[in-house]
Design a protein around this ligand. Structure first.
Ligand code: URA
Length: 262
C-alpha cells in the first residue's frame, strides 16, 4: 500500500488544500468554489479531487490568478526621488531593490522615473507582474503633479481629459483635477514612458515634482519615502481582479462632475 506522503509526492497536493493555504478561504469554501466550476488549473476548469503541483500550477478563481506557489511575495514601496526602478544602474544610483529584503529577489512591476516619487509594487510573482503590466483593463494610477506656469487653463484641462497628442500617439482620457494652483491630480491607466510629464508638457506645463499616490485601490499615506510593506492577500487579489475584470463600478458622480468641468 502506498503511504499518503508518497501518494502526495507522486500526484501533487489536493487543489482545495493549496488554495486554502494562501488564505483564500477555508478548505470547505475552496471545495465549494471547485464544485461550482469557478476554479481553473492551467486554464482548464478543475473538478473536485484534482491534485496539483503548487510550484507550477497556474490556479485561478473566476479568471483571477491566485498566487499559490510557496515563497511568492508582494511589496508596496514608497520610492524616494533619485532612486531608479531597475535592479542595477550604470550610473551607480541607488535602486529600488536596495530598499526591500534581498531574499527572495524581487523586481518592480512597471517603473517610476528616477525623479518620480511614490508607490511602486515589487514582487517575485511573474504572473501577477505580467497581469498588471499588460492588463485587459488598465489599473488606474493616480499622481499628484506640481507644475510650473501656474494654473492650468480650462483648455488644458479639457485637452488632458479628452486625450493629448504625444509623439507615441494620443493618450486615453485622463481624470484631472487642479487641487490648488499649480498642483494637479491626474489619473491614468496607461503606462507609457514618462507619460504624466509628457502629457503636462504637451499642454504647456513642466512638472517640477511628481508623486504616485495610488495604484488601483492601493494608497498608503503612512508609508514614508524609502519604506515598504508586505501586501495582504486580499490586496494582491483586488489588484489582480482589477487587472483581469476591470473596475466593478463606473465613475463616481463626483468624478463625472469634475470631468465635465471646462
Ligand atoms: N509618468 C511619468 O511621467 N513618470 C513616471 O514615473 C510615471 C508616470
Amino acid at each position: 500500500m502506498t503511504s499518503p506522503v508518497v501518494e502526495e509526492l507522486a500526484e501533487g497536493e489536493r487543489l482545495q488544500k493549496v488554495l486554502a493555504r494562501t488564505g483564500y478561504g477555508s478548505r470547505r469554501i475552496c471545495e465549494d468554489l471547485i464544485a461550482d466550476g469557478r476554479v481553473t488549473v492551467d486554464g482548464e476548469i478543475a473538478v473536485l479531487g484534482r491534485r496539483v503541483d503548487p510550484d507550477s500550477a497556474q490556479i485561478a478563481v473566476d479568471g483571477v490568478p491566485i498566487p499559490t506557489a510557496p515563497g511568492l511575495v508582494h511589496y508596496l514601496l514608497n520610492k524616494p526621488r533619485g532612486v531608479v526602478s531597475t535592479s542595477s544602474d550604470p550610473q551607480g544610483r541607488p535602486t529600488v531593490v536596495d530598499l526591500v529584503p534581498s531574499e527572495p529577489r524581487v523586481f518592480s512591476v512597471g517603473r517610476l522615473d528616477a525623479d518620480t516619487e511614490g508607490l511602486l509594487l515589487m514582487t517575485n510573482d511573474g504572473t501577477f507582474a505580467q497581469l498588471l503590466a499588460h492588463p485587459s483593463f488598465g489599473v488606474e494610477k493616480e499622481y499628484l503633479a506640481e507644475v510650473a506656469g501656474g494654473s492650468l487653463s480650462p483648455q488644458s484641462l479639457r485637452a488632458l481629459r479628452e486625450g493629448v497628442e504625444l509623439d507615441d500617439g494620443v493618450t486615453s482620457p485622463a481624470k484631472v483635477i487642479e487641487v490648488t494652483e499649480g498642483m494637479v491630480k491626474l489619473t491614468i491607466h496607461e503606462g507609457r514612458n514618462r507619460q504624466v510629464r509628457r502629457m503636462l508638457a504637451a499642454v504647456g506645463h513642466d512638472v517640477t515634482r511628481l508623486v504616485r499616490v495610488r495604484v488601483g485601490g492601493l494608497s498608503d499615506p503612512s508609508l514614508k519615502p524609502g519604506e515598504h510593506r508586505v501586501l495582504a492577500l486580499d490586496e494582491v487579489l483586488a489588484l489582480a481582479e482589477l487587472a483581469t475584470n476591470g473596475p466593478k463600478t463606473t465613475l463616481s458622480r463626483a468624478e463625472r462632475r469634475s470631468n465635465l468641468q471646462p
